[in-house]
Write a protein that binds this ligand. Structure first.
Ligand SMILES: *[C@@H]1O[C@H](CO)[C@@H](O)[C@H](O)[C@H]1NC(C)=O
Ligand SMILES: *[C@@H]1O[C@H](CO)[C@@H](O)[C@H](O)[C@H]1NC(C)=O
Ligand SMILES: *[C@@H]1O[C@H](CO)[C@@H](O)[C@H](O)[C@H]1NC(C)=O
Ligand SMILES: *[C@@H]1O[C@H](CO)[C@@H](O)[C@H](O)[C@H]1NC(C)=O
Ligand SMILES: *[C@@H]1O[C@H](CO)[C@@H](O)[C@H](O)[C@H]1NC(C)=O
Ligand SMILES: *[C@@H]1O[C@H](CO)[C@@H](O)[C@H](O)[C@H]1NC(C)=O
Ligand SMILES: *[C@@H]1O[C@H](CO)[C@@H](O)[C@H](O)[C@H]1NC(C)=O
Ligand SMILES: *[C@@H]1O[C@H](CO)[C@@H](O)[C@H](O)[C@H]1NC(C)=O
Length: 356
């Protein structure tokens, strides 16, 4: 499909390059992993989580965000040493890239471990500064003791998932508008139980790969044993046509990507309870007790599995990236950190409930 779109466009725009070829643009890894990210530095006033997203100095001194000197992997975690007094929130981290990346980008996150456990709500995602204008792309998200990754888009009205070419059959919703279905977005769930939680960790993790292309947004998940040779080592060029059918796909036919998506800031965060993990209907599906009282205030060891261990986050560009200041073309102001995220409600919970 991508090939035929490129062929068609080449009739009117002969200079176009094959959109499946991507070149390494930015590598967040090793000792420099945390260069180029901003820390939120405030309590979670976005999703009502019982979490404080600490600033850079607390993250470093409390070792909530650091590079492991032995493995060279980045660790981003929830505080699992402090007993939190009633009415307080637990420390955790939310970081956002200073640079933004537009259409024509490929995001590859190679992770060994993702946070899980009762009350825990991690995400690897992106959004444009003026949400919902410019869109949001949720590449990895899970809650509590769930076993499967949930992917979604959030946009202004008019973007829907139509005729996807994807392997997952777990589609919770197809209207991406923030204004519909209480902003649950257009959700696809990965059927692989290696895509989240203990199952992800036991297989040595894997790679979450997202293509933000003019002809559609696609997401692949490769468990460690199935990472394609083309991205298994430190490749400077990637050809997405070697990846096979994506787990999730939102083609241009139902959603004009250039219209609904602007350059994205990449975000990694972990919150606790809040609108999604703490929704009693959702929480009850995999955990017992009460989210805040039993877990946030409970034994710190409840958070021993609540960490990201990341080998790298890499951004590749097709060389024709639309804009964004991390790209090779026009600069774009990419300063905002916040903006509403997910306004989860019981409705979303019931949709998920029907899936699990
Ligand atoms: C591959 O990349 C990783 C992370 O970017 C780095 O730690 C490692 O040294 C690189 N290996 C080689 C052989 O270049
Ligand atoms: C969250 O708090 C920060 C820092 O006080 C503030 O700048 C931002 O506007 C707040 N956001 C919301 C959605 O309340
Ligand atoms: C970071 O947060 C801590 C705890 O709230 C505060 O004491 C400190 O002043 C902050 N540091 C900066 C540089 O803002
Ligand atoms: C992109 O913009 C951010 C925020 O203005 C800035 O911190 C960053 O250095 C810029 N990046 C580039 C490559 O210009
Ligand atoms: C679906 O994607 C695969 C892999 O890119 C491709 O080979 C196949 O032709 C696509 N199918 C349709 C109906 O577009
Ligand atoms: C689920 O949560 C609700 C609301 O907190 C509670 O009333 C109910 O007892 C819980 N159900 C189960 C099965 O734990
Ligand atoms: C906290 O979690 C880490 C894993 O992130 C683990 O190594 C450590 O033993 C846990 N407990 C304490 C008290 O740090
Ligand atoms: C490439 O960039 C040109 C000029 O900005 C634009 O017209 C064209 O649609 C872009 N093509 C793709 C595939 O992004």
């Amino acid at each position: 499909m991508r090939t035929s779109v490129a062929c068609f466009l080449s009739l009117v725009a002969p200079a176009i390059v094959n959109a499946t070829q991507y070149h390494l643009l930015k590598d967040y890894s090793g000792q420099d992993f945390f260069d180029g990210w901003a820390y939120y530095g405030n309590f979670d006033n976005l999703t009502n989580g019982d979490a404080i997203f600490v600033n850079a100095s607390v993250a470093a001194s409390a070792m909530l965000a650091y590079v492991d000197p032995v493995t060279n992997h980045a660790i981003i975690k929830v505080d699992n040493t402090t007993v939190v007094p009633f009415n307080d929130k637990r420390n955790t981290v939310r970081i956002t890239t200073e640079d933004s990346y537009g259409t024509g980008s490929l995001f590859v996150a190679d992770m060994i471990h993702v946070p899980y456990g009762c009350s825990v709500w991690p995400a690897w995602w992106s959004q444009a500064p003026n949400w919902p204008t410019g869109g949001e792309i949720d590449m990895f998200e899970g809650v509590n003791q769930d076993t499967m990754n949930q992917m979604s888009l959030h946009t202004e009205p008019g973007c829907t998932q139509i005729s996807p070419n994807q392997t997952s059959t777990l589609v919770s919703s197809t209207d991406c508008s923030f204004d519909s279905n209480n902003n649950q977005g257009c959700i696809v769930i990965d059927q692989s139980t290696s895509s989240y939680g203990a199952g992800f960790a036991s297989g040595g993790g894997g790679q979450f790969v997202t293509e933000l292309a003019e002809d559609g947004i696609s997401m692949w998940f490769f468990p460690r044993s199935e990472v394609p040779n083309s991205i298994a080592s430190n490749m400077s060029t990637v050809d997405t046509s070697t990846f096979g059918i994506p787990v999730a796909n939102w083609p241009n036919g139902g959603c004009n990507i250039n219209q609904f998506f602007q350059p994205q800031n990449l975000i990694i965060d972990i919150t606790l309870c809040g609108d999604f993990a703490g929704n009693p209907t959702i929480f009850n599906q995999t955990c017992t007790g009460q989210c805040y009282q039993t877990f946030v205030l409970g034994p710190p060891s409840g958070y021993d599995t609540a960490y990201f261990e990341i080998q790298f986050v890499r951004v590749y560009s097709s060389g024709n990236t639309s804009s964004g200041n991390g790209s090779t073309t026009a600069p774009n102001s990419a300063k905002a950190l916040s903006g509403p995220m997910w306004l989860w409600t019981l409705v979303a919970g019931m949709v998920l409930g029907s899936v699990f």
